[in-house]
Design a protein around this ligand. Sequence first.
Ligand SMILES: Cc1ncc(C[n+]2csc(CCOP(=O)(O)OP(=O)(O)O)c2C)c(N)n1
Ligand SMILES: [Mg+2]
Length: 718
Amino acid sequence: MALQTRVKLAKLDAPKVHGLDHDTLIRIYRTMFLSRRLDDREIQLKRQNKIYFQISSAGHEAICAAMGLFLRPGVDWIYPYYRDRALCLMLGVTPLETLLAAVGAKDDPSSGGRQMPSHWGQPKLNIVSKSSCTGTQFVQAVGAAEATLYYEGRPKALAQAKRAPLGEYVNHERDEIVYVSGGDGATSEGEFWESLNVACAKKLPLLYLVEDNGYAISVPVEVQTAGGSISKLVRNFPGLHVAECDGTDPIESYSVCKEAVQYCRERRGPALIHAQVTRPYSHSLSDDEKLYKSAEEREEEARRDPISKFALFLVREGILDQKQIESLEAEIDNEVREAADQALAAEEPSIDSIRMNVYSPDVDPASAAFEAEPQLHGAPKTMVEMVALTLADEMARDERITVFGEDVADASREDNLRHVKGKGGVFKATAGLQRKYGNDRVFNTPLAEASIVGRALGMATRGLKPVAEIQFFDYIWPAMMQIRDELCVMRWRSNGAFKAPVVIRVAIGGYLTGGGVYHSQSGESIFTHCPGLRVVMPSTALDVAGLLHTAIRCDDPVMFLEHKHLYRQPYNRSEHPGPDFTIPFGKARMVKEGSDLSIITYGAVVHRAEVAAAQLEREGISVEIIDLRSLSPYDWEAIAATVRKTHRVIVAYEDMLSWGYGAEIAARIADELFEELDAPVRRVAAMDTFCAYQPKLEDVILPQTSHITAAVKQLLEY
Ligand SMILES: Cc1ncc(C[n+]2csc(CCOP(=O)(O)OP(=O)(O)O)c2C)c(N)n1
Ligand SMILES: [Mg+2]
């Protein structure tokens, strides 16, 4: 029986409860208490070794329950923190669902037993899968809020997104907002500040909730945050609505949330609520707060406990009497017990399910569907010209595509476009795109790589197709967390409920004459090491076109590595192959057939191998060259075929000799094709050092034609 019907209605003091009616007050208490009881039950299950981890929302229930009253499930977009159990319950996540995550059940809707409990995620409620990383969510929420504005002006993009895989979860409403929360500790991450900068600059409908429980594990807030108050620090962000509240008081929280939500819905800009909460249960069950919190602090926290305080309030105000509270609590206890019994009996995920949802089950970029014949026409184009042309072709057919990064626009100040030629990228790879497609589709970002990738991920989560640029591979590292822990993992960790089909174009490589250590780096193996990500690296203009079309039409995240040294070479040009020319991933290109020895290579070393082969040809040595062009997946069949043909093989690559990409290929050949080999597998690669600015040093460090010819001759002596 619903408890509300049994309540004897008391006359409410309207200002005291900010206009909240009886039913809503009871609903808030019910949700808070349910959240706490679920935590308590999980703790018990953990102590009985029936679940494997527990992190509680205790102390955070009031602000979360209040916030949940204003967010609309399936309309607003939610990037919750792990302590947002009460919010998720308010939005429609059931007690059983939260416990299915705790036991790691197959039917856990957030991850199918892949993630720890309290890592929320439910596509039908627009609750975006969360990771364990503190802070990554902020820039992704920015991207989601950018999608809100984008869809407002681009209904065709919305329609296209709805037709794509997982399009059933794509939606947009005129006054929707995006919610993101984090702890006091999480606000120290750079992504928090990067996100605020963009949210304010673009006046995004983004609502931040900082749940400040005074500690980040054992680090107190005054050590975490200069001056000890995050809301004081952010007050000068232009257009940011900032409010502070006692987050253990649901009624005060209610009124503060109401105002902030309204501010965002009215498109006045972003808002940030700084809620003071408690954390009465240690950080997690792996932590013991007695090791660093004094007894007085803990007592003080206990006095501020939102559950006991609110129960007392309800009784004092005559909203519920003690018996009614007890019967409500008993009803919830029953509900939790039943849910726990059901969860404990739930089916576990099968062992073979592990490999599912690493990549898209809908679009296979290595399939024959991506085989196409080029319709060559026009004057030959360089590689960099082909990048711009391919992007233009794709943007014409797919309005979901946005292009952004540092300096990618023609000119951010649109008025200037009438008088200037336009920048279009430091290498001109995006030249003319803003002029052609508008500055909502092609735009410059602040100089902040983590947020470039994080924003792209937020947009992709909502069905857009971002093609982001990282200006130099050497500067990709601030985005590493977003790439490795978010982009690559999103589909897998949500068991296929969310995806992240972002294309990251990156200018890579050396041979620049004067590039030095920070404009010449390779390191592709760091990314081929990441499951979930596709990595390609074309060496000709034709392959740029084919592989970039495929990258954009693919449903997985793709790292598209563009070698700077190859951008304008005369030897790799191509006529335009037509707007629908695709090349499947994982298919190598036979550069040159030969019979004495094989060179497996890619990127800028392909041409060096060709020059070496031409020289060796004059000496009667016949070399076969394979350009992998797609590094993950890669064409093992082509590798195996050439090894079986020539029985001698060199893997030549620009990355460092040790732990480089070619080391893996060499190891696999030795492992699986040992019997075929007449000589050891040889690697020709860069020295294990840095690329020097002084060109003579660079020549020694990077693999050159002469290194290849020497290695070939040596191997032929076996
Ligand atoms: C990027 C990152 N660094 C470190 C951790 C380990 N860690 C998990 S929670 C946490 C503290 C977070 O504190 P806060 O944001 O205040 O949230 P609270 O747990 O107090 O609610 C840390 C250091 C992590 N998960 N992610
Ligand atoms: Mg904290």
